[in-house]
Design a protein around this ligand. Structure first.
Ligand code: C2O
Ligand code: CU
Ligand code: CU
Length: 479
């Protein structure tokens, strides 16, 4: 499957050979931010970026504060934050603070939670992040284009009591579809792609650059925050010669555990924090390989050990576990149950979808809905008049049965809440995990629970942006 991407992905090989040696994990600078404050100014504007190395042409992008990824927004748990967003694009935008449990009016969905920010206009987002962890921000207007052209940035909400690490690193991973001239390929919203795996690109950057190697030192304990900021590319990361321990998923701490099959599965919009003990030898290099798509494995980067002798002889003897966030515990015995069934796409083997018999497209994309949830297709991006598919009474515990009846993978995301994953295909999950973005394999049935404690209208959608635009989106109301 997905052979159509062969040509595109192998072209990446060409890009890489010209990439030169990059030894940087530097986080983007923080313009518009006074040290120690929880206040940021963030401007969305056209910019140029060297995504593929110094020997390759620059790319015209859209960026937050001129960098790819956008400025790191570093907040403190439980302290009010103020984020002033300016729109210097020639189209409307908004900013959505993905995964942060905030008041509905700050959620950044045009038409649903706020009016869009007009070109030249601005909007002030104010909220107090209840949870520490790794989050990110991106537009929720014309998202396929705006995210695909570079508008995305990381948010770190600091713990009150951090765990002991030698270094806290962020790898913001982004998939791009670049032309040979270094431009962003056109063809956003291709109908065929939208009904298949979405716009998977040909170049994966780490903190905004193709990465040849990332410098590390033997004996270090590193907390590595992985963010998949891609439109559609799913990643499965293997760390050669290392044993990463997952300590948080989508910002929410979990019991430290090794990933299944030694691969860290990272769907679009997901974040995974791992603890890495740098057990390799000084002077050596170890690949970090993404081999999600059959036959298309490639190195995301290499861990490049410097020549210094090990910082310590044995792994740091300090706790790895992050302190839990104040999430409300759903009452499973008393919970309401609802089904959300994902339908459509190519090769779904279902009648009706192709003929449009069960489509009730609400707008946009030339009427071309390719997907549905419970038989309804909400297409495009946030807009006025989105009616909720389900309404919950505030404070109720809810169990959702997410059924993927399609032949494709979907990272399903709910705004404003975090979901406790209970079971997958009838088997309880082995580690209790909370997620705001649940990656579903074809035909998966995933049971999730949460307390509907945050009032408002919340989007639930697939985070493969072309899937969302083509109908894999709905709204849940907490009244
Ligand atoms: Cu990260 Cu509705 O989005
Ligand atoms: Cu979100
Ligand atoms: Cu999807």
């Amino acid at each position: 499957m997905n052979t159509e991407f062969n040509g595109l992905v192998s072209r990446r090989g060409l890009l890489r050979t010209g990439a030169g040696l990059l030894l940087t994990t530097a986080l983007p600078p923080l313009p518009g931010h006074a040290a120690g404050s929880n206040e940021y100014r963030i401007a969305a504007a056209p910019a140029r970026a060297r995504l593929a190395g110094d020997s390759r042409p620059e790319t015209d992008v859209w960026a937050y504060n001129g960098t790819i990824p956008g400025s790191l927004v570093r907040l403190r748990q439980g302290e009010p934050a103020r984020l002033v967003v300016e729109n210097r694009l020639d189209q409307e935008t908004t900013v959505h603070w993905h995964g942060i449990r905030l008041p509905n009016a700050m959620d950044g969905v045009p038409g649903l939670t706020q009016p869009p920010i007009k070109p030249g206009g601005s909007f002030v987002y104010e909220f107090t992040p209840p949870d520490a962890g790794t989050f990110w921000y991106h537009p929720h207007a014309n998202s396929l284009d705006q995210l695909g052209r570079g508008l995305a940035g990381p948010v770190i909400v600091e713990e009150r009591e951090p765990v002991a690490v030698d270094r806290d690193l962020l790898w913001f991973l982004t998939d791009w579809r670049l032309t040979d001239e270094g431009g962003i390929a056109s063809g956003f919203g291709n109908r065929m792609e939208a009904a298949m795996s979405g716009r998977v690109g040909n170049t994966v950057t780490l903190n905004g650059r193709l990465s040849e190697a990332e410098p590390v030192r033997a004996g270090e304990r590193i907390r590595l925050r992985l963010v998949n900021g891609s439109l559609a590319r799913i990643m499965a990361l293997r760390f050669e010669g290392h044993r990463p321990l997952i300590v948080a998923i989508d910002g929410q701490p979990c019991d430290p555990h090794e990933p299944e099959g030694s691969r860290i599965l990272l769907g679009p919009a997901m974040r995974i924090d791992v603890m890495l003990y740098m057990q390799g030898a000084p002077g050596r290099r170890y690949g970090v390989i993404d081999d999600f798509y059959d036959g298309l494995s490639y190195p995301v980067t290499q861990l490049a050990y410097d020549e210094q002798r090990a910082l310590r002889e044995h792994p740091l003897d300090a706790p790895l576990e992050l302190s839990r966030n104040p999430l409300p515990e759903p009452d499973l015995a008393a919970a309401e149950r609802h089904d959300l069934t994902l339908q459509g796409g190519m090769m779904s083997g279902m009648g009706g979808m192709q003929g449009g018999g069960m489509m009730h497209g609400m707008m946009g994309m030339g009427g071309g809905a390719a997907w549905a949830i419970n038989g309804m297709s909400m297409t495009g991006d946030g807009h006025a008049g989105m009616e909720p598919a389900l309404t919950f009474q505030r404070g109720r515990s809810i169990i959702l049965m997410l059924r993927n009846e399609t032949a494709w993978w979907h990272p399903m995301h709910l705004h404003g809440h975090s979901l406790a994953v209970l079971s997958r295909n009838g088997r309880p999950v082995s580690h209790r995990q909370w997620q705001d973005t649940v990656l579903m394999a074809p035909k998966d049935i995933v049971e999730v629970a949460f307390v509907a404690d945050n009032p408002g209208d919340w989007m639930l959608h697939c985070h493969v942006m072309d899937h969302q635009m083509a109908g894999l989106m709905t709204v849940l109301r907490v009244a």
